[in-house]
Design a binder for this molecule. Structure first.
Ligand SMILES: [Zn+2]
Ligand SMILES: [Zn+2]
Length: 347
C-alpha cells in the first residue's frame, strides 16, 4: 500500500509498505478520506512527544472496514466508519469517568497509534474497545465523516460553556472550527451569533454560515462592538477558535457577568502569558474554561449532527489531493490557502 511516513522532523516520505497485519482482536480500514489538521502540520515541523518517527500521522479519517479479526464485535466487514483522534486508555481515573481526552497517556490515532495518511490503517484492539469508531449512514460521504473528528472537539468546547436557549455567542476565529461553532451555536439555541475574524478572506468564506453579525477585527474594536451588539451587557458566551493570546484577553474583557469563556484555540510554544486583570473575572463572576480534543461520545454526536445536516462542513472543504500529492496538500495548509484540505488515499 502507499503511505506517507514521517521519517524525521520536517520530512514526510511516500513509501510502498505492506498492508498492516490484522490479529484476532483488530480490524483493517480502507481509508477513503483523511483531512489535514493544524496539529498534523505542527507535528511535521515541530514534532510531538507522542509521535516517534518513523510514524504515520493523520487522525481525521473515514473509510470502510475490509478485514475483521475473529474476536472483534465492534465493527464488521463492510462497515463504513468515521475515526476520531483521542483514544481513552480505559483504566485511569479520567478515562473511567468519560473524560478520556484528559488521560495522562492520551493515546491518539496518528500519534502513538499509526494514523490515516495511508491506503490502509489497522484498527487495533484499544481503538476498537475504547476509542472513537463510529458507523456512518449510507447517505454520508467519507469526506463529511472525516470531519466528525474536529466537530467532536467543537462539541466538547460547547459543552464547557453552559450553552443553552437564548444565549448570545461570540466566536473569535473563523477557521473550520469557528464555522462549525456557528452552526453548533444555532443548533443549541443561540439567540444571536457574532462571528469575529481578522483576515477579510476567511471572513468572506465564513459568510456562508450565516452568523447574525460578522466583525473584521482588523478594522474594528472587537470588544466595543461585541458589547454594543449585546445591548451593552456583553455576550453570554465567548469561544476563541484562534491561536491568538489577544483573542483570549478580549474574550474575558467582553464577556457578560456570569458569562462563560472557552479558550479553545491552543497557542504556539513561547507565546507570552495572557494578561488580564483578575478583578475583571472577580467582579463579573464569569467562568473561564479551556477545552482540547474530545471523547468518543462527542464523535458519535458529531456524526449524528452531520447526518442531520445541523452542522454543515461541505463548504469548508476547499482542496482535495490524492495521497501521492500529500506534500502539496501540506503546503496548502501551511500557506493557509484554504480551509480544510482533504487527502484521498485511493483517488
Ligand atoms: Zn484534528
Ligand atoms: Zn486514561
Amino acid at each position: 500500500m502507499l503511505a506517507a511516513v514521517l521519517e524525521e522532523l520536517g520530512r514526510l516520505e511516500l513509501r510502498e509498505l505492506p498492508e498492516p497485519e490484522i490479529d484476532d482482536d483488530s480490524a483493517l480500514l480502507r481509508v477513503e478520506a483523511v483531512s489535514i489538521c493544524g496539529s498534523d502540520v505542527r507535528i511535521l515541523h515541530h514534532g510531538n512527544p507522542r509521535v516517534k518517527p518513523p510514524a504515520i500521522i493523520g487522525h481525521e479519517a473515514a473509510g470502510v472496514v475490509v478485514k475483521v479479526g475473529k474476536n472483534v464485535t465492534r465493527v464488521k466487514e463492510g462497515d463504513r466508519v468515521a475515526i476520531g483522534a483521542d483514544v481513552p486508555c480505559g483504566q485511569c481515573r479520567w478515562c473511567r469517568n468519560g473524560l478520556g481526552n484528559n488521560c495522562a497517556i492520551n493515546y491518539a490515532v496518528g500519534y502513538q497509534i499509526p494514523g490515516a495518511f495511508a491506503q490502509y490503517m489497522k484498527l487495533p484492539k484499544l481503538l476498537l474497545d475504547e476509542g472513537p469508531v463510529t458507523r456512518i449512514p449510507d447517505s454520508m460521504d467519507f469526506e463529511t465523516a472525516a470531519l466528525a473528528e474536529p466537530l467532536a472537539c467543537a462539541i466538547n468546547g460547547m459543552e464547557l460553556v453552559n450553552m443553552g436557549l437564548g444565549k448570545s455567542v461570540v466566536i473569535i476565529g473563523l477557521g473550520p472550527i469557528g464555522c462549525m461553532l456557528i452552526d453548533l451555536a444555532r443548533a443549541m439555541g443561540a439567540s444571536k451569533v457574532i462571528a469575529v475574524q481578522r483576515s477579510k478572506a476567511r471572513l468572506e468564506l465564513a459568510r456562508f454560515y450565516g452568523a447574525d453579525v460578522y466583525i473584521c477585527s482588523e478594522e474594528e474594536d472587537v470588544v466595543a462592538r461585541c458589547v454594543e451588539e449585546t445591548g451593552g451587557e456583553g455576550p453570554d458566551i465567548v469561544i476563541t477558535a484562534s491561536a491568538s493570546v489577544e483573542a483570549h484577553e478580549q474574550a474575558i474583557e467582553m464577556v457578560a457577568h456570569r458569562g462563560y469563556v472557552n479558550l479553545f484555540g491552543g497557542l504556539p510554544k513561547g507565546t507570552r502569558p495572557m494578561s488580564v486583570y483578575s478583578n475583571t473575572i472577580h467582579y463579573k463572576e464569569c467562568f473561564v474554561t479551556g477545552s482540547h480534543g474530545s471523547v468518543p461520545r462527542h464523535h458519535e454526536l458529531a456524526v449524528h449532527l452531520l447526518a442531520q445536516g445541523r452542522v454543515r462542513v461541505a463548504p469548508l472543504i476547499t482542496h482535495r489531493f490524492p495521497l501521492s500529492q500529500i506534500h502539496r496538500a501540506f503546503e496548502v495548509m501551511q500557506n493557509r490557502e484554504g480551509m480544510k484540505v482533504m487527502v484521498l488515499p485511493h483517488a
